[in-house]
Design a protein around this ligand. Sequence first.
Ligand SMILES: [Ca+2]
Length: 560
Amino acid sequence: MPARFFWRLGGQASILLWACLGVIFGPSRVEADNQRVIIEKPQGPVEARLPCNRAASPYCDLRLYQVMVSSFVDGNGAVGAGSAYGPGPHSGDLAGVIQSLDMIQAMGFNAIWLTPIFESHAGEPQLRVSGKKVVNQRLDGTGYYPRDYFRIDPQFGSEADVRTLVDQAHQRGIKIIFDGVFGHHKGGITPSPTGIVPATSNRVSDYFGHPENYPGQVVDFDQPQSLAFYEEVARYWIERFGIDGWRLDQAYQLPNPALARLSQIVEEAASVRPKSGYVVGEIWRKADDIRAAYGTSEAPGLTSAFDFPTRYALVQVLASDEAGTKNRPARTLVEPWALGAHSNYPDHAIPNLMLGNHDLVRFGDLIERAGKGGQEADSYWARHRLAFTFMAAWSGPITFYYGEELGAEVPGFSGRTGQNCGKSQTCDDHIARNMVKLPPVNAKESEVLPKALALRSYLTELLTLRKVSPALSSGARTHLFSDQDVYADLKSLGNEKYVLIMNVSDHARRIRLTREAVDLANLRGSRLLIGDVGVQSSAGSIEIDLPPLSTGIIQLQAVH
Ligand SMILES: [Ca+2]
């Protein structure tokens, strides 16, 4: 939460390695006359081993909508944190989430991840500055330093609100995922109903070397009561309130056996409802660290983790990352530190792809940070469409952060704010915690741009397509081709075959896919299901015209 992370790009060596692989595969050629690339066989490997490459998990088609409760929707004027990191009144609450259920359902989501809502006793001194405790209401507003895991923070609502939320969400086919901060807390923890409290770590390294400045306490999982306590928390909200799963904050703070045990008991406890029991961990680090947290088949850790590396690759290609890395070629997506890392993950790994979250800069602001224009530019919306389409073809769960669907950005924010970002509430890991006009819940449609509404409709179309096309959420992924501008994957499950294609550049490109490339000897034709590329089928091949910043999902049809 307070961002302490170390992000690194894969080194030059990995990029070189990938370039060499391209040479070895030698899969495509360029026609001299019109610069059309003819793809005769796949450039990259087939990913068919992970659960969501073979329809082996009920969680592959989870379409999660993340809400930061304190900054989402103000549904009850009597409650609200009133203070939290980032711009805005921070008056959001559980009533606001309940009021948004119809909108969330209409967009095509089937799960909601709520940031933490447990009691943190707002107003008590907690944040330590050089050993001295000071009051930090902002930290309480985030929910990420809980004190009582068995009580809802009154600044967000009540237990009755949770029951209403779960009941009404379930009526709409929507799962409710709570955020479990199980590796640290505010200290002075309220004992569980069976009388347990977690143990506190005394290791300086657990506090980034400075325990005197850490705003709470880190849990010591070497003591068995710690895991017993969090097992009780995880079960309590599933068994008594009917929630469907957990997102684990800073999951690297938990050892792999604890991650595996929690994943297992959540799946068991929630098994009374189909497709419930999902646990996803936050390992905001590079692919090797994520692989370590998944563990091995013999000694597993997490079942599912957010795919931060591929997310960074996606924003580097289509916009900029937070640090300013931009204009990277389309082939960045498959580099060994990004999607390429999946080949090193254990057989049970379920990567969950997101574009943003509450700690990251909104995608719209990253487009502006890249110098590629704002909401006035058509390309701003096109870049969103490309990112969303890539996500829609992801094998495994996908997560959207509230506001992305409308191409939200934070007005006046695009550059990095320097030393005083804490004072001005414009630090990169604060900025996306702004309230957004989300018609029809807290605004009229006339209050947002028509292009924003069109983007939301496009996302709904994508999520609907994903719902009825299992090869998108649960298919084997064959990397067909990528270069500076173009990216293309084949998604296959049973008889279903789809091609995801994107042109990330600002000039037109042409691609011919041969029947050999898509492994379909009896290719009959093709159909553009969504997107703005031109598709024409001819004798045994598919011609694709890609205007600047265009994308599409193409269904391949075989002769039976
Ligand atoms: Ca409120």
